[in-house]
Design a protein around this ligand. Structure first.
Ligand SMILES: [Zn+2]
Length: 133
């Protein structure tokens, strides 16, 4: 059963003048019904009662499945094309064969335009081979 909390104040302005706008069946968590309250001071409408914060990951996973393997900031990071190309070019044992947008390889010219390539390429493929000495 989903644990919930009933707010006695607005989560935005902390006003205590709350008005019940509606009560509806809870199809998401199947915990009965949920209400929508409106703050009489700032007019924010919010779910009340609402799931406690610790329950939110379970609720999310129930709807969207388990968390993805590559979470941004943990195993997935923003990498820019310009600095990456520079890094590869500085490696004496590597030779770049081609650089192209992963999903639009025919638009290869985009990767030659600094700035544009960072936003228009989305994913970049750098084909590299070991330089024969
Ligand atoms: Zn308020």
């Amino acid at each position: 059963m989903l644990r919930t909390e009933t707010l006695q104040h607005c989560p935005i302005c902390r006003g205590t003048s709350l008005r019940r706008l509606l009560v509806a069946p809870d199809y998401e968590s199947h915990s009965g019904v949920y209400g929508i309250d409106e703050c009489g001071e700032c007019t924010t409408a919010f779910t009340n009662p609402r799931p406690v914060e610790d329950e939110l990951p379970k609720l999310y996973e129930k709807r969207h499945g388990p968390p993805r393997k590559n979470t941004y900031g943990e195993g997935l990071f923003a990498v820019h094309i310009g600095p990456t190309l520079q890094l590869v070019r500085e490696r004496p044992g590597l030779q770049i064969d081609s650089v192209e947008p992963r999903y639009w390889p025919k638009l290869r010219f985009i990767v030659d335009i600094p700035g544009l390539r960072e936003v228009a390429t989305w994913n970049c493929v750098i084909r590299v081979r070991k330089r024969l000495s």
